[in-house]
Structures are given as C-alpha cells and as structure tokens.
Write a protein that binds this ligand. Structure first.
Ligand code: FES
Ligand code: FES
Length: 225
C-alpha cells in the first residue's frame, strides 16, 4: 500500500485523505487508486467493485447483513475500513461457492454445502440477511472444526466431542449454533430453519472428516482374524 495522500479535495469544503492499495477478494486482486480512506469495506465492495451480495442493513455493526470473512474470520464489513485490509484474504458471499467449470457451460452452478442446506431447509424469506448468514455460518463451521469455544461452551477446550465415532450431542450443537449466529439478525424470523440448515452442513462436514479407509481397514482386520 502506498502512503496515504493527504490532498485537499473539494467535498463540502473538507480535506479528504485518499490512498492507493490492493485488495484480494475471492482470490482476485483489485488495484485501487484514490480511495477515500474512510470508505468501509462494505461500501467499497458494493459501490466500487460491484460485489453487491453483501448487504447493508444497519451500517452500525448490529445486524450482521454485511458479514464477510477476512482471513477466515467473520467481520462486520460496515465497521472496518477497506484500506486496513491490504494483504488480507477477503471472502464475500460471491466467493463462498466452489468455482464453476468455465469450460463447460452446461454444468450446473455449484453451491457450497451450506448454501445447499439453506435451500433444502428454506432458511430464508426475503433473503436480505441471507448472504451474511451464510458467510457467518461458514466461519462458524471453521470455529467448530477448530474447537474454538463460545460463550455457551461447557468444555472450553472442546465445545463438541471430537471423537467422530461418537454421536454429537444435538442440544449442545444447537446451543452453540444459536449463540454463534446471534450476531446475525433475520427480520423474517427464519431462525429455526437457519439452525437446521447449519446442522445439516455440519453433519456433511463430519461425514467428510471421517477416515474413508476405516471400513476397509476393519474388514481387512476381520478377514485376517
Ligand atoms: S450492516 Fe453491518 S452489521 Fe448491519
Ligand atoms: S430472510 Fe428476510 S431478513 Fe432474513
């Protein structure tokens, strides 16, 4: 990032400080010039880069509609300045799904499991909060995978059992999901379906994490006996 340029710029008679910097968003680098250093990450994405999937609900850090991931951690993009994120990996809702096969126009659009789960469980009505909910849920799944505790975790070292063969305590999981999603408001009150969608995505994650060769090894052992 270059040093901020403190240029007297006519904007209601104010002096505006601008800066030139690069941002990496959804794997793509954007070289930006003359950006007002007071521009939020949300406004930059929506107004300058035409990444309009992230929504502005309150612009005060209270609703979560603007949630994005910065280096895998969720942030309210309305509360952070774009200029602070040169060198960070930023993911918006437009970058949550795996990339499509650009050589095959007939291939159906791919969705991330959490996006499919929102469809399967009808986890929205108007959809205004949905991009923030999905980005937040993506980070939530990372947190659970990494055993990051929340306010309601009884065992701070291990919020959920890590023995993949053991049944997850569904009540504990729901408590964790509700607490961890409490920063994302939904005016349509789709909360029960949002929780079910995240449970489904988590179950898919658990299945994917199970060692695939476990059954083969067991059958080999049994055959040997
Ligand atoms: S728009 Fe950012 S938290 Fe509401
Ligand atoms: S689906 Fe309408 S605000 Fe959440």
């Amino acid at each position: 990032m270059s040093a901020p340029n403190s240029e007297p710029t006519t904007h209601s008679g104010e002096h505006i400080t601008t800066a030139d910097f690069s941002l990496t968003i959804n794997g793509q680098t954007y070289d930006l010039q003359g950006i007002d250093t007071r521009t939020s990450l949300l406004d930059l994405c929506r107004n300058t880069l035409a990444l309009t999937g992230s929504k502005k609900g309150c612009d005060h850090g209270q609703c979560g509609a603007c949630t994005m991931l910065v280096n895998g951690v969720r942030v309210n993009s309305c509360l952070t300045f774009a200029v602070m994120h040169a060198g960070d990996e930023i993911t918006t809702i437009e970058g949550i799904a795996p990339p499509n096969d650009l050589d095959d126009d007939s291939a159906p659009a791919k969705l991330a499991p959490i996006q499919q789960a929102f469809l399967d469980h009808d986890a929205f009505q108007c959809g205004y909060c949905t991009s923030g909910q999905i980005c937040s849920a993506t980070a939530l799944l990372n947190e659970l995978r990494e055993n990051t505790p929340s306010y309601v975790s009884v065992n701070l070292a291990q919020p959920l059992p890590d023995d993949l063969g053991e049944a997850i305590d569904q009540h504990a999981l729901r408590r964790e999901i509700r607490e961890r999603m409490s920063g994302n408001l939904c005016r349509c009150s789709a909360y029960p379906n949002i929780v079910r969608a995240i449970e489904q995505a988590f179950a898919i994650e658990l299945d994917a994490l199970k060692p695939t060769d476990l059954t083969d090894n067991q059958s080999t052992t049994e055959a040997d006996i």
